[in-house]
Design a protein around this ligand. Sequence first.
Ligand code: SF4
Length: 336
Amino acid sequence: MRNFALTSAPAPERAIAAHGPRREASYIAGGTTLIDLIKLDVLRPHELIDVSRLALDEVERLADGRLRIGAMVTNTDLAHHPLVRDSYPVLSQAILAGASTQIRNLATTGGNVMQRTRCPYYRDVAAACNRREPGSGCDALHGINRMHAVLGVSEACIATHPSDMCVALAALGASLTLQGPDGTREIAFNDFHRLPGEHPEIEHELADGELITHVTLDTPVAGAGAAYLKLRDRASYEFALASAAAVVAVEDGVIRDVRLALGGVATKPWRAVEAEQALDGQPAAISSYEMAAEAALQDAVPREHNAFKIPLARQAIVRALRDAATASEARQGVQG
Ligand code: SF4
């Protein structure tokens, strides 16, 4: 492990000034990914700016009905917050499906959005990895790629995005507030993470020195039920092989509104737009969910060891949609 300087920032402006436009500086909050990667010599920041004490730890309902989450709210606090549990249950479910209690107690909302891939070749400095060393190649393409992506891949990188929380955010719709030396701007969550293309080393739209200060969720879908289903090798403390976050509103047996996102199978949190379009106005029935699953995976590109993820993701989609639709119908039964 290399030496680095550590600076503590009491306010976002001070943190941003301390960071400046330097690539060799890095913000740190919970450190649940960053410290690992520094120990592995994958990341080599000269200076860490500690943002964990910034006053960005509130969850508040805005006047327009959206929910604003401070970037320093821990995963534990967010998952158990009453406004999240009641109005965005898929977010609570997704967060609690990830990591361990100890990690969720430290990990922050902003840090989770910035989570790095778990590709083992990325984490091994002896391996070729375009994401870690641009232009060096990708050992996963012809290596052990059982955990890798089938959607959004390129010939330069097939790494999955590891977050569960981000899959729920992709389904719910959200925006990120980014603060930097030139002021504050908003970006849609689903535009924030980049596909790898020819430049997998550029993972997101954050400029050097910019800091995520808030995540704002879209207004809840009226009458919707929600479900997050995560399929993995063991029941806890494991990353997804395939996951699905579904938010479905059913009216008189017909799908009136649906939001679907996938995890474990894609290079970024994956909003399944084609599946949503296929479901619009369809009966709330297994046949509709199967059709949507086909649409969601029609462009999947399997590799030697991960073709099993395609039928697995189909199952996750069908079951998550079924459970979300059932919850929507149950809510209407209670309200009626
Ligand atoms: Fe690196 Fe991406 Fe290839 Fe993994 S899949 S080795 S992260 S380039």
